[in-house]
Design a protein around this ligand. Structure first.
Ligand SMILES: C[S@@+](CC[C@H](N)C(=O)[O-])C[C@H]1O[C@@H](n2cnc3c(N)ncnc32)[C@H](O)[C@@H]1O
Length: 292
C-alpha cells in the first residue's frame, strides 16, 4: 500500500493555520530563502532548517587562506546539521519498516528523508508552509521515495491521524511555535502506547531565572516563543510522555555556531546564540520520552 492510500492518514479536513499567529509563521517560512539553509542543503540534497552538533573537522575546512575555504565550511556546517538529525533518529529506537513516523514541523524534509533511509518506513511531515511542503514532496519524488515520504500543510496541534497509529514522532526545532501542553497532548493522542517521542530544541534555563536578553532577541528574530526546560518536562508529565533521556547538547552545538559566525552566511543572530549558550541562559537539549 502506498502512503497516499493509507487509511490512518487519510482525512477529510486538512487544517491550515488555526490562528493569526500561525498565519504569520506560515508567511515567515513561505518567504524564507536564506542562503545558509539552501546552500547547505545543496551539498547533498538534504535540506535542513536546524542547527548542527559535534566537533568541527579542522582538516576538512582547511586553511583560512584556502580559495576553497568557504565551500569547505559550508560542507562542514551541513555535515554537523545532518549529525544532529542522526542523533535525534538514534533516540527513536527500533522502528519497523511497516510503522509510520511523524515529523511535526518538518521544514523542507531533510530529517524525513534520513528517517526513511534508516528505517525503510513511511514518514509523514506537517508544516504550516505550502512552499516547504511542495519542496519536500518534490525532493522525495526526485529521490524516488514519494510513496514513503510525504509533507502536508497542516497544523501540528490538530494532526490528521487516528489515535495510536504513529510508531514514533518528533519535533526538531519546531516546538517553540506552539503551546507545549497542546502539542504534547496531540503527540500523545496519535502515538501508539510504547511509542517514542523525541525533541531537539533550544530552551531557556530555569537556573538562570528568566529568559535573558539574548533569548528575547532570538524570539524576536524567529517570531517564536522559546519555552523553559521546566515547561518541557512538566508538559510531558501531564501528557503521558515519560522522559527516557534528557541530554544537554549545548557544548556540542557551540562549535557549529562558532564556525558559522566566521562564514559568509551569517544571519546576524549568531552572537545571541553564542552568548546565551555561554552565559548559561539558553540550552540546546534533546528529550526522548516514552508514550505510556
Ligand atoms: C525551524 S523550522 C524546523 C524544520 C525541520 N524540523 C528541520 O529540522 O529542518 C520550524 C518548522 O516548524 C513549522 N511549524 C511551526 N508551527 C507549526 C504548526 N503549528 N504546525 C505545523 N508546523 C509548524 C514551520 O512551518 C517550520 O517548518
Amino acid at each position: 500500500m502506498s502512503i497516499i492510500d493509507t487509511p490512518a492518514t487519510d482525512t477529510a479536513v486538512i487544517p491550515g493555520p488555526a490562528t493569526p499567529y500561525q498565519g504569520d509563521i506560515a508567511r515567515y517560512w513561505n518567504n524564507e530563502a536564506r542562503p545558509v539553509n539552501l546552500r547547505l542543503g545543496d551539498v547533498d540534497g538534504l535540506y535542513h532548517h536546524h542547527y548542527g552538533i559535534g566537533a568541527v573537522d579542522e582538516a576538512a575546512i582547511g586553511d583560512p587562506a584556502d580559495s576553497e575555504r568557504e565551500k569547505k565550511v559550508i560542507s562542514e556546517l551541513h555535515r554537523l546539521e545532518s549529525a544532529q538529525a542522526d542523533v535525534l533518529l538514534d533516540h527513536l529506537g527500533d522502528i519497523p519498516a511497516d510503522g509510520t513516523l511523524l515529523d511535526a514541523g518538518c521544514g523542507r524534509g531533510g530529517s524525513m528523508v534520513m528517517a526513511h533511509q534508516r528505517f525503510g518506513c513511511k514518514v509523514e511531515g506537517l508544516t504550516l508552509s505550502s512552499k516547504q511542503a511542495d519542496f519536500g514532496n518534490n525532493r522525495a519524488g526526485e529521490l524516488g521515495i514519494g510513496d514513503f515520504v510525504r509533507s502536508r500543510v497542516c497544523n501540528m496541534l490538530d494532526m490528521p491521524f487516528e489515535n495510536g497509529t504513529i510508531a514514533g514522532s518528533w519535533n526538531n526545532e519546531s516546538s517553540m511555535y506552539v503551546d507545549l501542553h497542546d502539542l504534547f497532548a496531540e503527540h500523545s493522542r496519535v502515538l501508539a502506547v510504547g511509542g517514542r517521542y523525541v525533541t531537539i530544541t533550544g530552551c531557556w534555563n530555569p537556573k538562570y531565572g528568566q529568559p535573558s536578553k539574548w533569548v528575547s532577541q532570538i524570539n524576536a528574530h524567529f517570531e517564536c516563543n522559546i519555552h523553559s526546560r521546566r515547561e518541557y518536562l512538566r508538559a510531558m508529565a501531564d501528557n503521558r510522555l515519560v522522559p527516557q533521556a534528557v541530554i544537554d547538547l549545548t557544548p556540542d552545538t557551540l562549535p557549529y555556531w562558532e564556525l558559522r559566525a566566521t562564514s559568509s552566511l551569517v544571519t546576524g543572530i549568531e552572537e545571541a546564540f553564542i552568548n546565551s549558550y555561554k552565559d548559561g541562559s539558553f540550552q540546546y537539549v534533546l528529550i526522548a520520552a516514552d508514550r505510556v
